[in-house]
Design a binder for this molecule. Structure first.
Ligand code: RIB
Length: 469
C-alpha cells in the first residue's frame, strides 16, 4: 500500500451553533426555528477532518480558547486521528464561534466570531516550519489573520510544498501575496469580491475564473455549489458539473471539497480527476446535517464513486484531441453514422468560440460526446435544411451529433449527456436531425422525450427533424 498522503492545515477551529429554520428573520423580527445543534466547525477544522476522512495523515495548526469549547475541539481532532501537537490554547481568549442558520433547501448563512483564531500569528507558523517541510500539501483559509495566511504561502513556497489557498470568508486581500500558491480556490462570493465580475451563468463563471488567473494565479478552482466547479489555468477554463444529490445542509461543503481535493492530488491524480472526485465528496457531505459528521469516510466515498460510474462534463481546450478522435472514429468514413467534419481544427475552433460539447467519461475513459451549436453559427447544409424545415422557437439551438463508444452502449450514456444539457439550458429548445434509416437513434431520442416535428430531403437522403420543445 502506498503511504498515506500528509496534509497540514493552517487555519481556524470554531464551535458551530446551528439552527435549522423555515426562513431567516427580518430586522426586529423573531421567528421560531425547527432544530438546534452544537457541533465542531471552522473552515480549517472542516478541511482537516475532510482530508482525514479521505485517508490522509493530518496535522492541524490552530489556536483555540481557554474554555470548554477549546478542550472539546482538541478532543474532537484527536478522535478523528488528527495530530493536535500544534493546536495551541490561547489563555483568556474564547474559542472561535459560528452562528449558522440553515434553510429547508440546505442553504446556509454564517456569522463568525473569530476569537482565538485571530491569535494565530506568522511567528506560530514559522515555529512549525519543520513540520510543514514534511507534508505533501498545506491548506490555508481566511479565518485567521491575513498576515498569517501570507506568511504560510511564502513559507510553503520556500519549502517547496504544494499550497492551496481558500480565500474564505470573502475579505479584501493582497492577492499578490497569494499568487505563489499552487491553487487558489474561491467560491462565487469570494470570486465576485476579487473580480467584480458577474457569475450568473456558467459562461460568466468561466470568464471570472480566467480573470482570476490573469491576476497571477497559476491554477484557479472556482467552486459553484450545486453548479459544480471550474478549473482555470493558462488560457483554458473547464466546467465540471456537480454530482446530483438531495442536499439537507450545505454547511462545510466547500471545505469538504478542498480537504478531499488536497488528498486526491497528493495521491497523484491530475487536477481534473481530483476535481471530479472532490465534487462528489462535497456533494455527499451535503446529504447529512452538520459538517464533520456529514463528511463521508473514504470507503463510503469509493463505493459511491464506483456506483455513479459515468460522469458528464463540458469539454475544454485540452479535450479537443480526444473529442475529435472519438467523433472521427464514429464517422461515416469509418463505418459509423456521423456525417460532417470532426477533425481536430474544427473541434478546437468550436471549443474556442464557446460551443458546449459534452463529454461522458467512465473510469476516466471518454465514452460519449454530445455536440451543440448556436443556430446562427451553423454552416453545414444539412443543418440549414433542418432549420428551414423547422426553425424552432427563440433561443433554440442545434443538437448533435451525439455518439457513444460502441463498447459503452446500453449504459444510459445518451440519457446522461442529454440530462446535463437540459440542466445547463433549461427551457431551451434542442433541434436535431436523424437520417430516416437510423432507427436506433430515432428510438433512443424519442425515449428521451424529444418528438418528431418535421422531415426534409437532401441529396437523395431523407431526414427526420426532432425537437425537445
Ligand atoms: O465553511 C463552513 C464553516 O464556516 C462553518 O463550520 C463555520 O464554523 C464557519 O467557519
Amino acid at each position: 500500500m502506498p503511504p498515506a498522503p500528509r496534509v497540514a492545515v493552517v487555519g481556524s477551529a470554531n464551535t458551530d451553533l446551528i439552527t435549522h429554520g423555515e426562513r431567516f428573520p427580518r430586522p426586529g423580527e423573531t421567528v421560531f426555528g425547527q432544530r438546534f445543534e452544537i457541533s465542531f466547525g471552522g473552515k480549517g477544522a472542516n478541511q482537516a477532518v475532510a482530508a482525514r476522512q479521505c485517508g490522509a495523515e493530518v496535522v492541524m495548526i490552530a489556536k483555540v480558547g481557554s474554555d470548554l469549547f477549546g478542550t472539546a475541539t482538541i478532543r474532537n481532532f484527536s478522535d478523528f486521528g488528527i495530530d493536535t501537537s500544534h493546536v495551541y490554547v490561547c489563555e483568556g481568549a474564547a474559542t472561535g464561534a459560528a452562528t449558522v442558520f440553515v434553510e429547508p433547501n440546505g442553504q446556509n448563512r454564517i456569522l463568525v466570531a473569530k476569537g482565538a483564531n485571530d491569535e494565530l500569528r506568522p511567528a506560530d507558523i514559522e515555529s512549525v516550519a519543520a513540520v510543514l517541510a514534511g507534508v505533501d500539501v498545506v491548506l490555508v483559509q481566511f479565518e485567521i489573520p491575513l498576515a498569517t495566511v501570507y506568511h504560510t504561502v511564502a513559507l510553503a513556497k520556500r519549502l517547496g510544498i504544494r499550497c492551496i489557498v481558500n480565500p474564505a470568508p470573502a475579505l479584501p486581500a493582497d492577492l499578490a501575496a497569494l499568487t505563489a500558491a499552487d491553487y487558489f480556490i474561491p467560491n462565487e462570493t469570494e470570486a465576485e469580491l476579487f473580480t467584480r465580475a458577474p457569475l450568473s451563468t456558467i459562461e460568466e463563471a468561466l470568464a471570472c475564473a480566467r480573470l482570476l488567473g490573469l491576476k497571477g494565479f497559476r491554477k484557479v478552482v472556482l467552486t459553484l455549489g450545486e453548479r459544480g466547479s471550474i478549473l482555470a489555468e493558462a488560457e483554458s477554463a473547464v466546467h465540471f458539473p456537480a454530482a446530483a444529490v438531495q442536499p439537507v445542509d450545505t454547511t462545510g461543503a466547500g471545505d469538504a471539497f478542498i480537504g478531499s481535493f488536497a488528498v486526491f492530488l497528493a495521491e497523484g491524480l491530475c487536477d481534473r480527476d481530483a476535481i471530479e472526485r472532490a465534487n462528489l465528496y462535497a456533494a455527499l457531505s451535503t446529504t447529512k446535517p452538520g459538517t464533520h459528521r456529514a463528511f463521508p469516510q473514504r470507503a463510503e466515498f469509493d463505493t459511491e464513486w464506483k456506483r455513479r460510474g459515468v460522469r458528464v462534463r463540458r469539454a475544454g481546450a485540452t479535450d479537443a484531441a480526444a473529442v475529435s478522435a472519438l467523433l472521427v472514429a464514429n464517422g461515416i468514413g469509418h463505418g459509423g453514422a456521423l456525417v460532417g467534419n470532426w477533425e481536430l481544427p474544427e473541434i478546437q475552433m468550436r471549443i474556442e468560440r464557446g460551443d458546449s460539447i459534452y463529454m461522458a467519461e467512465e473510469s476516466d475513459r471518454l465514452v460519449g460526446i454530445l455536440v451543440t451549436e448556436e443556430r446562427a453559427r451553423a454552416t453545414n447544409p444539412r443543418i440549414a435544411a433542418m432549420l428551414n424545415a423547422w426553425p424552432g422557437s427563440a433561443g433554440a439551438y442545434v443538437y448533435g451529433p451525439v455518439c457513444v463508444d460502441s463498447a459503452a452502449r446500453g449504459k444510459g450514456i445518451l440519457a446522461k449527456l442529454y440530462e446535463q444539457l437540459a440542466r445547463d439550458r433549461p427551457g431551451g429548445e434542442a433541434i436535431l436531425f436523424i437520417r430516416s434509416s437510423n432507427e436506433l437513434s430515432l428510438k433512443a431520442h424519442l425515449r428521451l422525450g424529444l418528438r418528431e416535428v418535421a422531415q426534409f430531403e437532401l441529396a437523395g437522403e431523407r431526414y427526420r427533424v426532432l425537437s425537445s420543445a
